[in-house]
Design a protein around this ligand. Structure first.
Ligand code: NDP
Length: 459
């Protein structure tokens, strides 16, 4: 069986990829278990690090191919794909450094013996990756798992599997033993669930929608599997009237339109202090008009098409709801005439907290702008969400910046910046945005089990 992938920029077939069967899942997980208890377990930590560094080097050597593949498969601008391929290489290098630095302890306890703790690998890990940042998220989960001596069975999203498949080839070329890093293609409901339910899978790492994440957690509960979830978001961008206006405008556009808004960290709720609301709204609309939308393979393109036409239809339904519920459509909201699944950058002004466009994760190039009076109202509006993944605060008052940062319920936040992801720092969400942290040394906690060994030293 095959899946025909469609190129988002053209709407034309891109290539065919195989779809595996549930029997293939069983074979792959058994191979992963064999590798886990066999050759991979016996490799010493320095050699494991060498393999990971070799894979990072191969990612860099093949960066042009991987970036073009990602842009054609996902529709994202080539300069973003280049950054994400570079990030994937950095992630493998970062965790290569952890292989021989993360260990157990000797613990003071009973005088008659010695207490030791070991940090053991968990076992075969089932990893499920979405379509919005395929190679980046593949690396965030696989690299810490492999660094700690686990094996990986990974399923990319059905419509965007190409860079993960290529990574599996590069891992073999780097010298990873067979069965250590396996990529399986197919649908989430069939192949994803078969991986999660397989009795030999000990840990499940998932990025995707909150709804599917809830199902993943239920399925993992049957065997008490470890679960980490990186889910949706509806992050607030809080703009105070003493901000650096031009930087705040530029960031409000880039941090909501990056990846065409198909980003769990998108600052899709823009909260603006009343005293600068009109001026800011006008400048934001101008900035949205100025975004260079076009062919993802051109260097100057800032925003490409959405991932599929069916996803664009979903986003259009939200735009219709925004209009019907009374928000002011200030720009965008249209499907351009060119082929491919493009959608123009869209600003809704005068949004209200109860509107669907303010509550739901739209996952498209759409922002909802709302005014606030003071710090207390800004915090209340920012926290009025089921999600808590990312966000920004713009002010020159450092005291206020820190007060508001502490008060906002979220896993990540930046002050006078639109960034969310820093490879060396923990990343993840609170509330319905997820469970657990990726990146940083904290990610290694998911992929190790503490084992305590007591040695009685009495004669
Ligand atoms: P999904 O949550 O459906 O997909 C994410 C991954 O999970 C894909 O690999 C998918 O596989 C897999 N999956 C789907 N169903 C199951 C299942 N029952 N068991 C195991 N794995 C499964 O996201 P969508 O692609 O449908 O996007 C819908 C919405 O989710 C977006 O509009 C956005 O709001 C949110 N989302 C958030 C992301 C984030 O980064 N936090 C990423 C992606 C989506 P397959 O595609 O092969 O079916």
């Amino acid at each position: 069986m095959i899946t025909t992938l469609i190129e988002p920029a053209t709407g034309e077939p891109l290539t065919d990829v195989p779809r595996v069967s549930v029997d293939d899942v069983d074979r792959a997980v058994r191979n992963a278990q064999r590798a886990f208890t066999g050759e991979w377990r016996r490799i010493n930590t320095r050699d494991r690090a060498r393999l990971m560094n070799k894979l990072a080097a191969l990612i860099r050597e093949n960066a042009d191919e991987l970036a073009t593949m990602e842009s054609r498969n996902v529709g994202k601008p080539i300069r973003d794909s280049r950054d994400e391929v570079g990030l994937a290489a950095n992630v493998f290098e970062y965790y290569a450094g952890a292989t021989n630095k993360i260990g157990g302890q000797t613990i003071p306890g009973a005088a008659s013996g010695v207490l030791l703790s070991f940090r053991e690998p968990v076992g075969p890990c089932g990893i499920i990756v979405p379509w919005n940042f395929p190679i980046a998220i593949t690396s965030w989960k696989s690299a810490p798992a492999l660094a700690m001596g686990n094996t990986v069975v990974l399923k990319p999203a059905e419509q965007t599997p190409l860079t993960a498949m290529r990574l599996a080839e590069l891992a073999l070329e780097a010298g990873f033993p067979e069965g250590v890093f396996t990529v399986l293609t197919g649908s989430g409901s069939e192949i994803g669930e078969a991986i999660i339910k397989h009795p030999l899978i000990r840990k499940v790492a998932f990025t995707g929608s909150t709804e599917v994440g809830m199902n993943v957690m239920r399925l993992a509960a049957d065997d008490i599997k470890r679960v980490s979830l990186e889910l949706g978001g509806k992050s607030a961008n809080v703009i105070f009237d003493d901000c650096d206006f031009d930087r705040a405008i530029a960031s409000a556009a880039s941090s909501s339109l990056g990846n065409a808004g198909q980003d769990c960290c998108a600052r899709s709720r823009v909260l603006v202090q009343q005293s600068i609301y009109d001026k800011f709204s006008k400048a934001l609309v101008d900035a949205f008009h100025a975004i260079n939308v076009g062919d993802p393979l051109r260097d100057e393109t800032e925003m490409g098409p959405l991932v599929t036409t069916s996803h664009r239809e979903r986003v259009m339904q939200y735009i219709d709801k925004g209009k019907a519920e009374g928000a002011t459509l200030a720009c965008g909201g249209e499907v351009p005439s060119q082929r491919g699944s493009y959608l123009s950058p869209t600003v809704f002004l005068d949004a209200k907290p109860e509107m669907t466009i303010v509550r739901d994760e739209i996952f498209g190039p759409v922002v909802a702008v709302m005014p606030f009076r003071d710090e207390a109202e800004a915090i209340a509006l920012a926290n009025d969400s089921l999600y808590g993944l990312s966000g920004s605060i713009w002010t020159r008052d450092i005291g206020r910046a820190l007060r508001v940062a502490r008060a906002i319920e979220t896993g990540n936040l930046s002050i006078n910046s639109g960034s969310s992801v820093h490879l060396e720092a923990p990343f993840g969400g609170v509330k319905r945005s997820g469970l657990g942290r990726e990146l940083g040394l904290q990610a290694l906690d998911h992929y190790t089990e503490w084992k305590t060994v007591y040695i009685d030293t009495q004669s």
